[in-house]
Design a protein around this ligand. Structure first.
Ligand SMILES: [Zn+2]
Length: 185
């Protein structure tokens, strides 16, 4: 799967590039009236995650239109523990979460959003990242999404090579869950 994130994000300034996920919708000119502020009605991954498709509504004339946002950046490189460097791969994150989330109430869209969020976070660091950073970013998001999936993933994620970090996460989670006991079925 080719995953080069490039091409045009014609309405994003250099400062906005790399933060497209958090982009509120300003400066997108309405095709009908030319007004440059719009409301995002819906966002979803497109082109196998290489782009974000947004339905927008002009704040002035209410015309609805669609934009595709593509990240116009060099790939983010991940430094592996072995010393190898490889481009960040969203699909790898999604695939890695597949088994952890099996049978859990987590949708494909959830996973896609999570991977995109991780990629954005890594991109915003502005340089190469380590596999441990990626693992940590995944874990933080997965914990909010589903605690069971989080624990499963944490125990198998090979890139998460800081054992002490993992132990700290588990301890934090245990404290949290102990504070609000679950009902037994
Ligand atoms: Zn308009």
């Amino acid at each position: 799967m080719e995953l080069q994130l490039r091409a045009a994000s014609s309405f994003a300034s250099p400062k906005q590039r790399g933060r497209l996920r958090h982009y509120s919708g300003r400066n997108v000119r309405c095709p009908s009236c030319g007004h440059d502020d719009s409301r995002v009605l819906d966002s979803r991954a497109a082109e196998d995650g290489a782009a974000v498709r947004r339905r927008r509504q002009c704040l002035k004339c209410d015309t609805r239109f669609t934009t595709y946002e593509r990240i116009d950046e060099l790939p983010v490189y991940v430094m592996k523990r072995s010393g190898d460097k490889e481009p960040f791969d969203r699909l790898k994150i999604v695939a890695g979460l597949g088994s952890a989330t099996k049978g859990r109430p987590v949708t494909a869209q959830d996973l896609d959003d999570l991977a995109t969020s991780v990629e954005d976070a890594m991109r915003l660091t502005g340089g190469d990242v380590t596999s441990a950073q990626v693992g940590q970013a995944v874990l933080e998001r997965l914990r909010k999404l589903d605690e069971v999936a989080y624990l499963r993933f944490a125990s198998v994620y090979k890139g998460f090579d800081e054992a002490s970090d993992f132990q700290r996460e588990i301890t934090l989670l245990e404290k949290r869950t102990a504070a609000k006991p679950r009902k037994k079925k």
